[in-house]
Design a binder for this molecule. Structure first.
Ligand code: SF4
Length: 397
């Protein structure tokens, strides 16, 4: 560890003129002071002023071989939690310019990242990565409720230009499977009905995919699905082989267990969570999960505190759900995550089960009205939120 500015940077960004051609607001977002202040860590990695958090984790030496199977899971967690404090201190020092790391120095044989990988692999033997806690022995090939076993299923990866302006072009990787059963899922062909159209990738290949996306101009690596949570073991391992300084983005329903959060929270540079429902009943009826609100709230707070504010929170406004979902979600966010940027989304349309059983899901069997979306925006504005309005390609402050 040393001070210095010899950061590894292999990114070759897309020419600005090209980004400008697709999304003028993506270019503007680079120079927007408010976004740069709210997403300061993300921007510092994007501009190669700071190393992504996974690279910091690879500089912290583990005091043992975490892959040694004679070490219990409890002992591994003890080591993890000690190293987490070290990682936090080093990250804060780097963030405040008190320290830096040299990327040309050799890494320790076993690192904090290795400890995370070893723990994630152990958890796969009785999986409890999401709050289903279905305990599937995925390590031996059993499929969990999320429909994922011991293969990392990638359906597609590309430069996504439809994400929020600060993220575009976003190096997006779509994984198969999902612990949620959203009746209106627009990605149901990969999340709910896992077909053989995916490619099975090893962690090394997953690292190559990320490196390729980064070298060709992606501003970040956007892990999404379905849902990325079941893929945590493979994603963590891929970061061992990734030698590009690029921000890691978690695009998620945030239904991870506290154990899964501990594994990822200090390697994610920017969060893109989806806060859907303002109560548990809507979560149970429309996504078939328990305790939706308390789990989502807990994980949002955890991510917010860990990242010191680098979050863009999505809320998809559902027809007939302004009072039960939009209002309580926005009120809760304004009290608990006030510095996050909000993307209020108006693009809901009936899909999947809602199309098959419109009578059963009558409340959401139509598109949003303009009046409903205006009401959602009015609520957000009255709470003082910084909003990205994606469709209009502009920001509101
Ligand atoms: S991630 Fe999948 S296998 Fe693991 S607990 Fe959740 S549903 Fe079960």
């Amino acid at each position: 560890m040393s001070t210095g500015d010899n950061m590894l940077r292999i990114l070759e960004p897309l020419p600005e003129s090209l980004v400008y051609h697709y999304r003028p607001d993506a270019l503007r977002a680079l120079y927007n002071n408010l976004l740069r202040e709210r997403l300061s860590w993300y921007y510092s990695v994007l501009f190669n002023e700071k190393p992504a958090k996974f690279l910091i984790a690879r500089r912290i030496e583990a005091p043992l071989d975490p892959y040694d199977t004679s070490i219990s899971l409890g002992e591994l967690w003890q080591v993890h939690d000690k190293l987490a404090l070290e990682h936090r201190r080093l990250w804060l020092d780097i963030r405040e310019d008190r320290e830096n790391i040299r990327m040309d120095e050799p890494e320790p044989k076993f690192t904090y990242l290795d400890v995370k990988i070893a723990i994630a692999k152990r958890i796969m033997e009785s999986c409890e990565l999401c709050e289903w806690r279905c305990k599937a022995n995925r390590a031996s090939g059993k499929i969990g409720v999320c429909r994922v076993a011991n293969e990392c299923m990638v359906y597609s990866f590309f430069h996504h230009i439809g994400e929020e302006a600060p993220l575009v072009p976003s190096g997006t990787i779509f994984y198969g499977g999902c612990p949620f059963r959203c009746v209106f899922c627009q990605n149901w062909e990969i999340s709910q009905v896992v077909t053989r159209d995916y490619i099975k990738v090893t962690p090394r290949t997953l690292a190559s995919i990320q490196e390729n996306l980064a070298r060709t101009g992606a501003r970040n690596i956007n892990h999404v699905g379905g849902e990325p949570t079941p893929q945590i073991p493979f994603i963590l391992e891929s970061l061992k082989y990734l030698n590009v300084n690029i921000a890691q983005l978690w695009n998620s329903d945030m239904h991870m267990t506290p154990e899964a959060m501990k594994l990822i929270k200090d390697i994610i540079d920017i969060w893109l969570p989806d806060f859907k429902y303002g109560n548990d009943e809507c979560g149970r009826r429309l996504s078939k999960v328990k305790n939706y609100f308390s789990v989502s709230a807990r994980n949002h707070i955890e991510a917010y505190e860990e990242g010191l504010g680098d979050m863009i929170i999505r809320h998809l406004v559902l027809p007939n759900h302004i009072e039960c979902c939009t209002r309580p979600v926005l009120e809760w966010l304004s009290k608990n995550i006030p510095r996050a940027v909000l993307n209020l989304m108006d693009q809901y349309h009936p899909d999947y089960q809602v199309l098959k059983e419109p009578e059963r899901y009558k409340d959401i069997a139509r598109r949003l009205t303009r009046r409903e979306f205006e009401e959602a925006r009015r609520i957000a504005r009255s709470l003082g939120y910084t909003i990205i309005v994606e469709d209009l390609l502009l920001y509101e402050y």
